[in-house]
Design a protein around this ligand. Structure first.
Ligand code: ATP
Ligand code: FE2
Length: 329
């Protein structure tokens, strides 16, 4: 019996997950939020430090286990904001020393993909769409490769920026979705795909000018934004499916909570006879369970760091998914 504890601390979220044999026993989180959305790293660090013990203890209670039941601790090693990653690493080392258990460093993006197994996705192309990230990731010859990505900002940050300009505040995603549902007319805005990559800053400039001109209905702009930008994401996802020959598409990241994006992915998959998988919202967004889940796979494959080597562990703020060698697949 193996109980895996997972800590997710790459940016705004302090997440704790507990997993046993691929089953999630607890998925707790405390998120640092700001009115305007931008993260002030030192404030996020203060939040995580304040919440670490209580969130951890709550997770143990939720899973109905004791500290001595834990066999190993996984933590998000990167990519992410260095000050936040450091809180996570130090807390992991502290608890590992206390419990005398090994540590499993985990890549945040790969964890988003592997938690898809819970929904039945075995070898998917993942559309990872969050605030800071927009990437198409899939496994090929020993590594998770990035088949396409944003050339500038993440799609969530782009939507938030539009929302700020439209005067609807932060976080923009859910508000823009509501506005889009009321939109009726498709307004022409740029469609920006370059090879397998996408870019949002030109579209943002265009939308900003349209808002400032006051000639457009904001709901129509939100509707057009979603239709055009999600079509771009679906197009590069479809191309990755065609290129890799894979038959599964998985959503990851909090922008994946968007109902219209889910619908567009699902239609595309139906048309090309692929399966579409969408985890529940609390697994789409950053969470400790995905870290514990991938941690368990790695741990069972012997990929962990013994307690005696604890000082050799480091964070990896800029770790790319294709830097990581995959031995368990
Ligand atoms: P990551 O480290 O995974 O990149 P992050 O902080 O960048 O994390 P997430 O927490 O995964 O991002 O996602 C937050 C983003 O999701 C915000 O930009 C928010 O506007 C967006 N979002 C939330 N709900 C929706 C929705 N329903 N539709 C579109 N976007 C959404
Ligand atoms: Fe994430």
């Amino acid at each position: 019996m193996t109980f895996l504890l997972g800590f997710e601390i790459t940016a705004h979220t302090f997440g704790v997950g507990i997993v046993k044999n691929g089953k999630i026993l607890a998925n707790l989180r405390s998120a640092y939020t700001t009115e305007k959305g931008g993260i002030i790293p030192m404030d996020a660090v203060a939040h995580h430090k304040k919440k670490k013990y209580s969130t951890y203890e709550e997770a143990l209670k939720k899973a109905n286990i004791k500290e001595k039941d834990i066999d190993a601790i996984a933590f998000s090693q990167g990519p992410g904001l260095a000050p936040c990653l450091l809180v996570g690493m130090k807390f992991t080392q502290e608890i590992a020393e206390k419990l005398k258990v090994p540590i499993v460093p985990v890549n945040h993006c790969i964890a988003h993909l592997e938690i898809g197994r819970i929904t039945g996705a075995k070898d998917p192309v993942m559309l990872y769409a969050s605030g800071a990230n927009t990437q198409i990731i899939a496994y090929a010859s020993g590594k998770f490769r990035i088949f396409g990505e944003t050339l500038d900002v993440g799609v969530g940050n782009f939507i938030d920026n539009f929302a700020r300009n439209a005067g609807v505040g932060f976080p923009g995603g859910p508000k823009v979705q509501e506005m889009a549902e009321k939109g009726k007319t498709l307004v022409e805005i740029p469609y920006r795909i370059k090879g397998m990559d996408v870019a949002f800053s030109g579209i943002l400039t265009n939308l900003r000018q349209k808002i400032q001109s006051k000639k457009y209905n904001l709901n129509d702009l939100a509707y057009s934004l979603q239709e055009v930008v999600f079509a771009m994401l679906v197009e590069i996802s479809e191309r990755a499916l065609a290129h890799t020959g894979k038959k599964e598409l998985l959503l990851g990241g909090r922008v994946g909570c968007n109902k219209r994006l889910q619908e567009m992915c699902s239609i595309m998959c139906k048309e090309r006879k692929a399966k579409f998988f969408c985890p529940p919202n609390d697994l789409l967004t950053d969470n400790g369970s995905m870290i514990a889940y991938l941690g368990e796979i790695l741990f069972k494959n012997g990929e962990f760091i013994f307690l005696k080597d604890i000082d050799k562990i480091d964070i990896a703020p800029r770790q790319r998914t294709d830097d990581v060698e995959i031995k368990y697949r």
